[in-house]
Ligand binder design. Structure first.
Ligand code: GLA
Length: 386
């Protein structure tokens, strides 16, 4: 049992004066390639990581859900299992879970038994590794299993995405929730966000998965994110297609004069990123690392120049890593942007050199200390046997 598992069990007993009956877990994720393509019905290729949110659970007699979030100053949120769900203004973290409950109710699921939850995680928070998606997915998985709703990982992901869209107010796509629910050990998933089908792609054994947290506080993330989504939808509308997935470069060129420069660039990123993502799955499965390297580099440039979601410290991290690994591995920003993390797949023997270079050069330029994590592709959400 790891430290976080022990913590939620102990805190559960202290908070609720009772013993937990079960534990649930959902992982965070890192996206290897395919950024801002999910809400455009495109391709993404993330993997779940071996860090996530743990929830210990036990029945109560209050006809309510009571949740204690250890990482949120051990605050507690409680709401009725059957009433119309209201937002918790004092504990904004609880709205991810209240939103999930509301989406269950909207779909006709009913609850007759109250439960207590104690949650904690070991994903760096606010770093763009989907700690909040893992929080919602762990809760939805617990509700589904405890009530024998028999939901699939895709059902769980759709409920959690709807909760974030409708209750929290972020117009996110499906990637984070789906990979958290459906991740597979040692594999990435190539997901087609148009029909939610997926194919698993084995991670290369000779490469390490390195995540570098820039430690830049992410600002304006939600408003910039929703704005990018609007710009993509506007570009699709101008071209007369339902989503940018239906567009290609010749169509975009044809409509170039009818759209703003910004709309053109946003669409250009999404169209080229979809092609790169499909090709990257081929590169990974054939162990063609030079090709993977080139695609990840192009993805980063496209996020920087066309989609305008990278920032200087992130570009610097990518440059530091890329100078060392060349075409023996790949590196790019991962996640929604405006700070957060860089992901690299690199030979094991270069990991020390890369982390050393980061601590020398990155700190000298930015006065920030980046954190590095070696992760493994892990399984998706589920009950943990104790
Ligand atoms: C965030 C969203 C995802 C996806 C990424 C960008 O993580 O939650 O749905 O859009 O940004 O690829």
């Amino acid at each position: 049992m790891n430290h976080t598992q022990q913590l939620v069990i102990k805190q559960f007993s202290t908070t609720f004066n009772n013993k937990p009956e079960a534990m649930f877990y959902a992982p965070g994720r890192v996206n290897l390639i395919g950024e801002h393509t999910d809400y455009n019905n495109g391709f993404v290729m993330p993997c779940a990581i071996d860090r996530g949110t743990y929830m210990s659970v036990g029945k109560n007699h209050n006809q309510s859900f009571r949740v204690m979030a250890y990482d949120q100053n051990q605050t507690l949120s409680e709401w009725s299992i059957s009433d119309q769900v209201q937002p918790d203004d004092a504990n904004s973290w609880a709205n991810y879970l209240r939103g999930v409950h509301q989406e269950f109710l909207k779909r006709g699921f009913t609850f007759t038994q109250g439960y207590d939850f104690c949650c904690a995680g070991n994903i760096p928070q606010g770093a763009g590794l989907s700690s909040s998606a893992s929080f919602s997915v762990a809760f939805a998985t617990a509700l589904s299993e405890l009530n024998h709703f028999n939901l699939t990982p895709t059902d769980i992901a759709l409920i959690c995405q709807a909760a974030e869209n409708n209750f929290v107010g972020c117009k996110c796509g499906i990637m984070d929730q789906l990979i958290s629910a459906a991740g597979q050990k040692q594999h990435a998933l190539l997901i087609d966000c148009r029909d939610l089908s997926s194919r698993s792609v084995k991670m290369p054994e000779q490469l390490s998965l390195l995540i570098i947290d820039s430690k830049v506080k992410r600002g304006l993330v939600e408003s910039e994110y929703n704005l990018r989504r609007q710009q993509c939808e506007a570009a699709a509308h101008i071209m007369g297609v339902n989503s940018l997935r239906e567009a290609d470069l010749p169509l975009l060129t044809e409509y170039k004069s009818k759209m703003s420069d910004i709309e053109f660039r946003r669409a250009h990123h999404v169209i080229t990123e979809n092609a790169r993502t499909e090709l990257a799955a081929v590169a990974l499965s054939q162990n063609d690392i030079p090709l993977l390297s080139r695609l990840m580099a192009e993805s980063h440039q496209s996020m920087r120049d066309d989609f305008a979601i990278t920032i200087k410290p992130i570009d610097l991290l990518v440059e530091i890593v890329s100078n060392i690994i060349g075409d023996t591995g790949g590196v790019r920003m991962t996640g929604g942007g405006f700070g957060g993390c860089v992901v690299s797949l690199l030979p094991h023997y270069l990991v020390d050199q890369v982390t050393q270079a980061i601590s020398n050069r990155y700190t000298a330029h930015t006065q920030l200390i980046a954190n590095t994590y070696i992760c493994n592709a892990g399984n998706g959400a589920g009950r943990i046997d104790s």
